[in-house]
Write a protein that binds this ligand. Sequence first.
Ligand SMILES: NC(=O)c1ccc[n+]([C@@H]2O[C@H](COP(=O)([O-])OP(=O)(O)OC[C@H]3O[C@@H](n4cnc5c(N)ncnc54)[C@H](OP(=O)(O)O)[C@@H]3O)[C@@H](O)[C@H]2O)c1
Length: 263
Amino acid sequence: MPALRPITLLTGASAGIGTALAHEFASHGHELVLVARREQRLNAVADAIAASGKPRPVVLAVDLHSAESGPHIAAQLAARDLEPSIVVNNAGFGLVGLAAELDIAEQRSMIDLNVSALTDLSLRFVESLDRHKGGILNVASIAGFLPGPRSAVYYATKAYVLSFTEALHQELAPRGIRVCALCPGPVPTEFQARAGVPGARGPGFLTLSAEEVARQGYRGFMGGHRVVVPGFGNRLITVASRLVPRRFLLRAADRRQQQRKET
Ligand SMILES: NC(=O)c1ccc[n+]([C@@H]2O[C@H](COP(=O)([O-])OP(=O)(O)OC[C@H]3O[C@@H](n4cnc5c(N)ncnc54)[C@H](OP(=O)(O)O)[C@@H]3O)[C@@H](O)[C@H]2O)c1
């Protein structure tokens, strides 16, 4: 069998943090396969990377809501003699509103993307990650440390991502595979519009650019960290989430989400 070429598989590369991660990984010499639904946007990212003198990433237009997306991506890579040395699960979305009032199907599709697709792609390529001593970078959120009234399902999906990724870090460390959860605070991207709060802005002292989050995420991941929380203010929140009683956290989070909805 011919040796397969190692690549970094990156989901959600057509916008926001994913686009920034694509540039960050490419700038460090990683060859990329970019996944999202909007092919034109992926091609624009691939063209920009090629224009910077790096190899042009392969573009795969895939809807990760589908249960068939994992096998489909594996087949597409094999057909090109490629295999992941690194998997970056970044694609995800949130919704702001009372869980009982938001559309159930949409909330389930959030679980399909944020949880099921991420789990599938984290586990599907472990043998090739092992061969290349690569790793998995999963984008969680500081939401993963907190309960999230008025964004209940989103926060719960990110708590899953954080818990799953930390456990996988422990399981795969003996095989030399790094596994890291990147937990950003607020980042101005298309995320807010998709969540139904287009005007919402995070507090200035917590907000970082997608590029800064990607830089810190890459550095922490390559350095073998289990969890990376970019920004001092965001790290304080994760510490407070362990110290402050849950009922106070719930009230504070509820008030914050109500303000976002009214912005
Ligand atoms: N922005 C924040 O404040 C923030 C904070 C903490 C954590 N995060 C997390 O960071 C990650 C990236 O978010 P972002 O802020 O960059 O959001 P974004 O700008 O809305 O980008 C989301 C990316 O996910 C892709 N995506 C969405 N649904 C998909 C599907 N069904 N199949 C394939 N790809 C899909 C989108 O591409 P297509 O639409 O082209 O498919 C896009 O590339 C998410 O996991 C999010 O939860 C964001």
